[in-house]
Write a protein that binds this ligand. Structure first.
Ligand code: IPE
Ligand code: IPE
Ligand code: MG
Length: 255
């Protein structure tokens, strides 16, 4: 009998996730509960981003990917969308130098062009400035959608097929994966969604295939160090099997 892949592929046991992906949800409800405008929740959310980056750097997490604006968030009232773009621009102006000082690499994924030339230029500059930093990589998903990501990879593959560079029958998950966002990173080990909803909302659809999912009712502006540690604790207690049996995993751990 043949198997689809040759190596047993039981990854090393890591108590600290190498890559954490987060849907930062609940800013609006946090503000509403305080009688504040939604943007006040987003501003508080930015403070929590700072804390989360710090916690990851201190804990030894290598990659943190944060969902800041989805390709569906354009459906929100124009004013909220504009304020979110302004806040992102403000964050770029105020946070990038600090990230750089702390040896943290900054990147974005998503169709950034729709945020306008100024933001796109600031993003490019921040990515260039921090390109060689090694302590932690922070990736912000802006105007990102998992379906957009997969469709874009398909367009790239179709182009190559038309140009005769690849045969359609040679397209495999491994080949397609190379054209997706974050293809150079390990897939997320841990996914966290705050705000109580238990859905993916078109975040990293492909990349989350084997990620451990963690949902909390804590709203993002309330997601502090205690909440972060609870997520890590939940992660440590899980057995990741990747299709193997539990016994196979235990045997691999013993050698
Ligand atoms: C998440 O918080 C931030 C963004 C989507 C930009 P929300 O704004 O979705 O907050 P809730 O879900 O309405 O509380
Ligand atoms: C997901 O949150 C997107 C971000 C956090 C950026 P939403 O609040 O937009 O998700 P839904 O609409 O509740 O699924
Ligand atoms: Mg929401």
């Amino acid at each position: 009998m043949t198997t689809t892949d040759s190596a047993p592929k039981i990854p090393a046991d890591r108590s600290i996730p190498e890559h954490i992906a987060v849907i930062m949800d609940g800013n609006g409800r946090w503000a509403k509960a305080r009688g504040l405008p939604r943007i006040a929740g987003h501003r508080k959310g930015l403070e929590m981003v700072r804390e989360m980056v710090k916690a990851c750097a201190e804990t030894g997490v290598r990659h943190l990917t944060l969902f800041a604006f989805s390709s569906e968030n354009w459906r929100r009232p124009e004013r909220e969308v504009q304020l979110l773009m302004d806040l992102f621009g403000f964050a770029l102006d105020n946070e990038v130098a600090k990230l750089h000082t702390n040896n943290i690499r900054f990147r974005t994924i998503g169709d950034i062009a729709r945020f306008g030339n100024t933001v796109a230029r600031k993003v490019r500059e921040a990515e260039l400035l921090t390109a060689n930093n090694t302590r932690l990589q922070v990736t912000i998903a802006v105007n990102y959608g998992g379906r957009w990501d997969i469709a874009r990879a398909c367009i790239e593959l179709a182009r190559r097929a038309v140009a005769g560079e690849i045969r359609p029958e040679d397209i495999s998950p491994e080949v397609l994966q190379q054209f997706l966002s974050l293809s150079d990173l390990p897939e997320p080990d841990l996914f966290i969604r705050t705000g109580g909803e238990q859905r993916i909302s078109n975040f990293l659809l492909w990349q989350l295939a084997y990620t451990e999912l963690y949902f909390t009712t804590a709203l993002w502006p309330d997601f502090g160090r205690t909440e972060f540690d609870a997520a890590l604790k939940s992660y440590v207690g899980r057995q990741r099997r990747f299709g193997h049996t539990g016994e196979q995993i235990e045997a691999a751990r013993r050698v």
